[in-house]
Design a protein around this ligand. Structure first.
Ligand code: NAP
Length: 283
């Protein structure tokens, strides 16, 4: 069994992004800029924003953190996003979700121009992915594809099963695997006989949100297992959707939690911000 080291791959990609940012600085005198908007005081969101700002520092990306209070109005939020949309120093805009109740996330996300949508959540970018056109892809599934690529896990012709069909993970994940010529099955809470579906997978991606849900009886011998889940076990300890200890001896590759897919998500945000800057500057 090979343990997929998301931290190591992450460090590698951040160094590559830094080199690309240095090249932009040399050629255009400009570094990629990422605006991170936090509205309200959700403690988890604050930690995520802090991590993103720190990742920017490591990757040669300029970060612009903007904070609005929990009672911010729709007009205040839209006005900030419109300012960022026009700001030439800002190549990517990220609105940290979830938002306070009075704000409509979809309405605010529509204020982000497609070329600055570094999360890849806009209808335009989702459409481009489904049409297999160039665009920005959601960070977590993009990170999974990088792990597969860098560990030379072949995808073409393989049977891939994605458990979960959310807009931010499951669906784009399935699309990426299909675009890479896998035969893809998407499972969800209404899937009949989930264990049987999972046992067919050469590549199994779990994005469910249920601690240790995928047991050894749901995994094929020699499969590559990618665990997107970020859950808490019965002792409050961070764990994934896969029962790692039960599954690890059966598989050829597996991602741990923590240290697997997790570090890749923020890293791919850096990658997307850098790519957005390259596109804007090299136009
Ligand atoms: P989500 O929006 O809650 O979607 C969960 C999906 O799992 C849904 O499609 C749901 O099916 C399916 N599901 C739930 N119970 C199931 C069951 N018993 N059998 C089969 N399918 C079931 O979650 P998400 O945002 O995609 O996130 C999934 C997990 O990934 C969470 O643990 C989250 O914390 C983690 N995550 C990690 C990262 C990272 O950076 N590592 C990033 C994003 C998310 P229905 O559609 O039928 O309800």
């Amino acid at each position: 069994m090979i343990l997929i080291d998301g931290k190591a791959v992450s460090a590698e990609i951040r160094a590559e992004v830094k080199a690309r940012s240095d090249a932009l600085e040399q050629k255009f005198g400009v570094r990629p800029g990422l605006a991170v908007v936090l509205i309200g005081d959700d403690p988890a969101s604050k930690v995520y924003v802090r991590n993103k700002v720190k990742a920017c520092e490591e990757s040669g990306i300029r970060s612009f953190a903007h904070y609005l209070p929990a009672d911010a109005t729709r007009e205040e939020a839209i006005s900030l996003l419109r300012k960022l949309a026009c700001d030439e120093k800002v190549h990517g805009i990220l609105v940290q979700l979830p938002l306070p109740k009075q704000l409509d996330a979809q309405e605010l996300l529509r204020e982000i121009p497609v070329e600055k949508d570094v999360d890849g959540f806009s209808a335009e970018n989702v459409g481009r992915l489904s049409l297999k056109q160039e665009g920005t892809v959601a960070c977590t599934p993009l990170g999974v594809m990088e792990l597969l690529k860098r560990y030379k896990i072949s995808v073409a012709g393989k049977r891939a099963v994605v458990v979960g069909r959310s807009n931010i993970v499951g669906k784009p994940m399935a699309m990426l695997l299909m675009n890479a010529d896998a035969t893809v099955t998407v499972c969800h809470s209404k899937t009949a006989n989930l264990p049987e579906e999972c046992r067919r997978a050469d590549i199994l991606v779990a994005a469910i949100g249920k601690a240790k849900f995928i047991g050894a009886d749901m995994v094929k011998e020699g499969a590559a297992v990618i665990d997107v889940g970020m859950d808490r076990d019965e002792n409050g300890k961070l764990c994934g959707d896969v029962d790692f200890e039960a599954v690890k001896e059966k598989v050829s590759y597996i991602t741990p939690v923590p240290g697997g897919v997790g570090p890749m998500t923020v890293t791919m945000l850096m990658y997307n911000a850098c790519a957005a800057a390259e596109r804007a500057l090299q136009k």
